[in-house]
Ligand binder design. Structure first.
Ligand code: PBG
Ligand code: ZN
Length: 324
């Protein structure tokens, strides 16, 4: 006797009753790129629908997001001036600090996450202070300024910080720094398993953050390694991360599953710029049913074990869900 799976599939209502995973607007964090200036809303050619926006436009965008039912954003900054240590990120009047304050003032219900890194703020485009002798980033010197950056965001009223620089010991350093200044309740979402990926290409156009020399392989992870990927997230969980992350998402669904099974901390995935750009390009070429492929991709993340999806598709997904 064989099992008749079809009994559960023939009726649409029954299909819905036994569906194991679903996509909800509550699953998403939407990335926003804040550029200094006014009246700026500049689309990125490789990422249709994604813009660099000045703060006035960002505030309009927040209104639109809330109307769609999206209540979580992650902020990236494109400062007016970059230098060797990313001073704009260390100043209470810097682009992100200013944006956090303005958004929280006008939209107190918006959950505002800040990406914590230096590559958008340094003139060399690396994620921290340089160690020229080894042609990499000075891990421990970067930890010190990372804590300063975190405290500036915290004092500006951010709801969660998301360190993305892959420095060793960053969660422990941030937790200690935040706690000692009275921010015991500020959660940390760690980019805990972040690969050195070519899928970040379009992001570096938007964020104007491509490294001016070398690459990020001395601090981001080798895409060939599975056990190291699991160990990195376990390490951040032990240091006190409140949410873990796998990035990119699409080529790393196995890693999402592995980390989900080896940890008990909520897990986010970052559906990165290159993944978004590929779907957009395929849609523009007329070779896929864009909306169905997008939703199937989101479902894949959920099935793999994602609790949270950071995605440039979030608005399109919300629009579709609202029409259902
Ligand atoms: C900064 C950062 C990057 C992304 C998120 N935070 C780029 C990088 O590491 O080069 C990539 C996001 C994307 O590609 O959408 N550290
Ligand atoms: Zn960085």
């Amino acid at each position: 006797m064989f099992k008749r799976f079809r009994r559960l599939r023939i009726n649409k209502n029954l299909r819905d009753l036994v569906q194991e995973n679903d996509i909800s607007k509550n699953d998403f964090i939407y990335p926003l790129f804040v550029k200094s200036g006014e009246g700026i809303k500049k689309e990125i050619s490789s990422m249709p629908g994604v813009y660099q926006m000045s703060l006035d436009k960002i505030l309009e965008e927040c209104k639109e997001l809330q109307a769609l039912g999206l209540n979580s954003i992650i902020l990236f900054g494109i400062p007016a001036v970059k230098d060797s240590i990313g001073s704009d990120a260390l100043c209470e009047h810097g682009i992100i600090a200013t944006a956090i304050k303005a958004i929280k003032k006008d939209f107190p219900d918006m959950f505002v996450v800040s990406d914590l890194c230096f590559c958008e703020f340094t003139d060399h485009g690396h994620c921290g202070i340089l160690d020229m002798e080894h042609e990499t980033v000075d891990n421990d010197a970067t930890l010190e300024i990372l804590v300063k950056q975190a405290l500036i965001h915290a004092k500006s009223g951010v709801d969660m910080i998301a360190p993305s620089g892959m420095m060793d010991g960053m969660i422990e350093a941030l937790r200690e720094g935040l706690d000692s200044e009275g921010f015991e309740n500020l959660p940390i979402m760690s980019y805990s398993t972040k690969f050195a990926s070519a899928y970040y290409g379009p992001f570096r156009d938007v964020a104007e953050s491509a490294p001016s020399f070398g690459d990020r392989r001395s601090y981001q992870m080798n895409p060939a390694n599975r056990r190291e990927a699991i160990a990195e997230s376990i390490e951040d969980e032990l240091q006190g991360a409140d949410i873990l992350m796998v990035k990119p998402a699409l080529a790393y669904l196995d890693i999402i599953r592995d980390i989900k099974e080896n940890t008990t901390t909520p897990l986010a995935v970052y559906n990165v710029s290159g993944e978004y750009a590929m779907l957009k390009a395929a849609a523009a070429a007329g070779v896929i049913d864009y909306e169905r492929v997008m939703m199937e991709t989101m479902l894949g993340f959920k099935r793999a074990g994602a609790d949270i999806i950071i995605s440039y598709h979030a608005k399109e997904v919300a629009n579709l869900l609202n029409k259902r």
